[in-house]
Design a protein around this ligand. Structure first.
Ligand SMILES: C[S@@+](CC[C@H](N)C(=O)[O-])C[C@H]1O[C@@H](n2cnc3c(N)ncnc32)[C@H](O)[C@@H]1O
Length: 325
């Protein structure tokens, strides 16, 4: 591969090349880390190569680069030159575009939200470059959006003959965390059916740090003030399921994630615990100098790895990804 990520003549036929758009801290890279086909489903191993990971947030890219050697590019995707995307010649474009235009908190302005502009430009890029596969993650209301309708029409007009969509939550896989998301995979050739989620329960206690930091403790005044609006879980409850941790965790006391009740009080979940609940591998680490507030913001924006693996396993070259650990 050359220094700008474009393939060289001798690697174009061997590798399954991936471009991560809106890559954040690398949820897709973490999902692909386990790639190896599923011989049982009749598919040989595909070696993936992430040739470019693009995001406008340099803090997120720093965390990405701390974990993965893939080339990162700080850029506004709406200004990324088509020529560059063509040269990368990726098989798969993975994307997690901003979700605010579709959330209640973001007022669900959909196509009329200026924050949608970047993704509309990316949809134009798809039509122009036509990568073999496109895959996307977003919040559930995206499914009813005008942007989704525009995306589907564009994919159909651009020769994408296979298209799968679903809503998946990590709790469908037995993970004690809720984060229901919309997923789409489209291909210019056949796709495999989405695999059925494999339910492997592991209690919340097994995701927790062995020792907790005093920084995580919650001020009793906050507990008094917000009382029943806080979602509390206990480590010794085998059925405990945490709520979705959002980028507002640590800033916004309610509807941004769960709290852990313990013998002497209540604490927040650490970014490391949230990464574990999201399914990031143990090898994934946050830089030690990353401030706690930034870490919560970045991990709250990221992906639940197990559902992403399940969705990507519909791509024949990535079949079996969901069975990897
Ligand atoms: C929902 S987050 C995706 C996070 C990612 N899936 C991960 O694993 O961390 C959306 C990302 O899009 C980035 N972003 C927003 N607008 C952008 C733009 N116009 N160009 C490039 N990146 C953008 C944000 O910085 C953020 O990291």
């Amino acid at each position: 591969m050359s220094s700008d990520g474009s393939p060289q003549a001798d690697d174009t036929n061997k590798l399954f090349r991936v471009v991560e758009l809106y890559c954040g801290i690398g949820g897709c890279a973490a999902a692909l880390q386990a790639t190896s086909g599923d011989p049982a489903r009749g598919h040989s191993r595909a070696t993936t190569q992430t040739i470019a990971a693009i995001d406008i947030n340099r803090g997120a890219l720093n965390v990405y680069a701390y974990n993965y050697p893939h080339p990162t590019f700080p850029a506004l995707l709406e200004f990324l030159r088509l020529e560059r995307l063509r040269r990368w010649d990726a098989h798969l474009w993975w994307m997690s575009p901003p979700c605010q235009p579709f959330t209640q908190r973001g007022h669900q302005r959909d196509l009329d939200d200026p924050r949608t502009k970047t993704f509309l430009a990316v949809i134009d890029h798809i039509a122009a470059v036509r990568p073999r596969y496109v895959a996307l993650e977003n919040v559930p209301p995206f499914r009813e959006s005008r942007v989704r309708r525009h995306l589907i029409e564009t994919l159909e007009e651009s020769g994408y003959t296979s298209l799968h969509e679903c809503l998946l939550c990590p709790s469908d896989f037995g993970i004690p965390n809720r984060r229901q998301r919309y997923y789409l995979v489209a291909g210019r050739g056949p796709l495999l059916p989405f695999p059925t989620p494999r339910h492997r329960s592991r209690p919340l206690a097994t995701y927790l740090d062995s020792a907790s930091s005093p920084d995580l403790e919650v001020d009793p005044e906050l507990i008094e003030r917000y009382g029943h609006s806080l979602h509390l879980v206990r480590a010794n409850d085998p059925d405990a399921v945490t709520h979705c941790f959002t980028s507002a965790y640590g800033r916004s006391p309610v509807r941004s994630g769960s709290y852990l009740e313990h013998a002497t009080g209540v604490r927040r979940f650490s970014p490391g615990e949230i990464l574990r609940l999201l399914g990031f591998p143990p090898s994934y680490q946050l830089p030690p100098d990353l401030p706690l507030a930034n870490a919560w913001r970045l991990v709250g924006n990221s992906l639940s790895i197990t559902p992403v693996q399940s969705v990507l396993a519909a791509i024949p070259e990535l079949a079996g990804l969901e069975t990897q650990k």
